[in-house]
Design a protein around this ligand. Sequence first.
Ligand code: SF4
Ligand code: SF4
Length: 353
Amino acid sequence: MEGECRGCGKRSPLIPAVLSACADCIRTRPAEVLPAILESHGQIRREFDLPAEAPRTGDGVECPLCANACRLGEGEIGLCGLRTVQGGRLVHLAGTPRGALVSWYDDPLPTNCVADWVCRGSQQRGMVNLAVFYEACTFNCIFCQNWHFRLKHPPGRISAQRLAAQAHSRTFCVCYFGGDPTPQMPHALATSRLLAKRGVTVCWETNGSMHPRLLDQAVELSLQTGGCVKFDLKAWDENLHLALTGVSNRQTLANFRRAARRIAERPDPPLVVASTLLVPGYVEADEVGRIARFIAEIDPTIPYALLGFYPHCFVPELPCTSVRHAQEAEEAALAAGLTRVRIGNRHLLSHDY
Ligand code: SF4
Ligand code: SF4
């Protein structure tokens, strides 16, 4: 079914209802098209009993954990759903070392990890990755492939100590993902310190929106243990990023640069890895080229994985990423100067459009 761009009027099957604008208009005419898109984000969030936008109460208490910098009045809930204010004090509903909304499983190595082509985990046959899924997020990606965590009621809370105790003699690495580890970083860091003492390699898969001080601690743990920080760079253009995720990418890009500054301390395996989901019509080769130039200017050897998209929940109208789309994106990334580029999720790629 064709959608119509509310900016230029263009009709295309690549304009889903939730966006109602083409990528060009989102980039060049944000004042006209972004308000409706952000309203769509608000509706999605309300469906999951989350605030439509980050609270900005004038005399509220600011949560320092992530780029959203929610300013919470008494009883208000933060964008991630995990913070409130009671009696004038910030209260953590989850995400401290005492308890997090989290689930986990052993994933036999080599696993389908975004960095498995450059890390040591892929050589650890017979061993497992402790895959830790944090059930909250600081973004609202319309293409989230793990959105089901938002349906969980009521979730359990597991302490860092209990989570770390899940590691055993065959646990080679731990990877935090979700959702995103960002809104529960104090729990993830406490778990990591316990696991690092037991020789487990610590890795992160994140949207990169955490406070830089929390990022620094995550980077330090990965450096010490031979792990990596995998940044999901969803778009380079800030307006496109806002449209796709509901949140700016400024903190993510700044944090990426900040973590990448430490690559020379341990070049192999690479400390920082980047990935981008190839969303048809929105994250095409031109956008990938911009992201790749940003990465290459920092260090052209940073590994960059391009991932196939498949249609689901909030964007059921979009097709799977095509082989042509993925190849053009790969060429754009290489042309930008990156030396390590890979197309992941090849099984999802389609041969049409
Ligand atoms: S962690 Fe981020 S999203 Fe959650 S309340 Fe704090 S600032 Fe808001
Ligand atoms: S979690 Fe880390 S070490 Fe394990 S497979 Fe993924 S990148 Fe490799």
